[in-house]
Write a protein that binds this ligand. Structure first.
Ligand code: RP5
Length: 168
């Protein structure tokens, strides 16, 4: 059987500056991925064709990122029963609020799990996709646990330093 992977779609190459964080994080988590530039507005037929092919090869989760009137995640969700994670991006004059609303306000029955605007969302989309794959993948589950422990240790270490440096 084909290895399960995350398909990361971005609406434009101008999204790459922020969205490169997603594959970087997926790599850290040991999740297989591929990334494509495909637009809900400029290449709607290619979005559908890619999805059909990706699912035949083992795509289990989608991450779709776009700015402005961000319809990419919703379009993907309309064409699949796989989980879809939407990353709204700041690409215009409204700070990403336009993309956030376009991504999150899906009609009932066609969900898009929407993460934060921008780079934190790009990172969390990877974590959420990995959590989904980890339901059936012990290796990814282990990596999530290790990264979680590392995050906890880093905060506790900083706190300890703070206590030492600012002791009353
Ligand atoms: C969206 O429009 C893209 O996802 C991008 O965030 C924004 C601007 O695209 P470009 O005009 O830079 O290609 O569809």
């Amino acid at each position: 059987m084909a290895q399960k992977f995350v398909a990361v779609l971005i609406g434009s190459d101008s999204d790459l500056k922020v969205m490169r964080r997603t594959p970087e994080t997926l790599e850290q988590l040991g999740a297989k991925w591929e990334m494509r530039i495909l637009s809900a507005h400029r290449t709607p037929n290619e979005v559908r064709a890619y999805m059909k092919d990706a699912e035949s090869r083992g795509c289990e989760v989608y991450i779709a990122a776009a700015g402005l009137a961000a319809h990419l995640a919703g379009t993907v969700a309309a064409h699949t029963l796989k989980p879809v994670i939407g990353v709204p991006l700041d690409a215009g004059t409204l700070g990403g609020l336009d993309a956030l609303l376009a991504t999150v306000q899906m009609p009932g029955g066609i969900p898009v799990a929407t993460v934060a605007i921008g780079s934190h969302g790009a990172k969390n989309a990877a974590f959420l996709a990995a959590r989904i794959l980890a339901l059936g993948d012990a290796e990814i589950s282990k990596r999530l646990e290790t990264l979680n422990d590392a995050g906890r240790a880093a905060v506790l270490e900083k706190d300890q330093k703070l206590q030492q440096n600012f002791a009353c």
